[in-house]
Design a protein. Sequence first.
Length: 44
Amino acid sequence: MNHDITFLTLFLLGFFGGTHCIGMCGGLSSAFALQLPRISTAFG
């Protein structure tokens, strides 16, 4: 087995998996964390 291809494949899987996680999970968690406060009204 060619080890160069194996390491390249593992590197690319880790790179694209990490960017996917940052893009999806990071976006969701920051959206929940940075919610605008509710505007209180006279009716609660």
